[in-house]
Design a protein. Structure first.
Length: 184
């Protein structure tokens, strides 16, 4: 059952990240489903700490909500981060948030480097008049992303949230395989 819940959560998280990448919107229904999967995982692994997990998720929601109020983080990103904290036991929330922050730093550096690279006049523009419909659609997305980057718009932080969760899960799987502690 835990494997199914994790697979569902990671699939929903990938869908949220993909939607954020394309449209810069994280649908609430995906956040709710991820939170529900997290609550089910917590109920299966440590039902006695379910209330602590809920309290921690609310603290993340309200704490990062302040950052959203000042337009540092998007509201969908804040809700998604609160939801993914429910995927891990309460004592691992700090390391999960650290992994998300590190992935967010890498993502932001990538976007910043892209911004500076694209400002150079020697950067050639992609020619979207040739190719298959998938190539044209991909070029359209690249053109839109290029315009977002050059305008200094937001980064798709759900990508960093997904990467942080994957880093956390991978680290946990290695611990499970090595026979130390295992919470996945």
């Amino acid at each position: 059952m835990r494997t199914i819940l994790w697979a569902t959560s990671l699939t929903l998280l990938a869908m949220a990240a993909g939607n954020d990448l394309r449209f810069r919107i994280i649908p609430n229904r995906l956040v709710i489903l991820i939170a529900a999967s997290g609550l089910a995982l917590n109920a299966l692994s440590s039902p006695w700490s379910l209330w602590i997990s809920l309290l921690a998720a609310l603290l993340v929601l309200f704490g990062f909500g302040v950052l959203s109020h000042f337009n540092i983080l998007g509201g969908g990103d804040v809700k998604l981060m609160a939801a993914v904290t429910l995927l891990v036991p309460p004592h691992q929330i700090g390391s999960l948030l650290m992994a998300i922050a590190l992935a967010g730093g890498v993502l932001s550096v990538g976007y910043l480097a892209s911004y500076h690279t694209m400002q150079r006049p020697s950067v050639a523009r992609a020619n979207s008049s040739q190719g298959s419909p998938q190539t044209i659609q991909g070029n359209r997305w690249l053109a839109n992303e290029r315009a977002r980057i050059l305008a200094g718009k937001s980064v798709p932080y759900a990508m960093a949230i997904m990467a942080g969760v994957l880093i956390h899960v991978t680290r946990e799987l290695f611990q499970c395989l090595s026979g130390t502690s295992c919470s996945v």
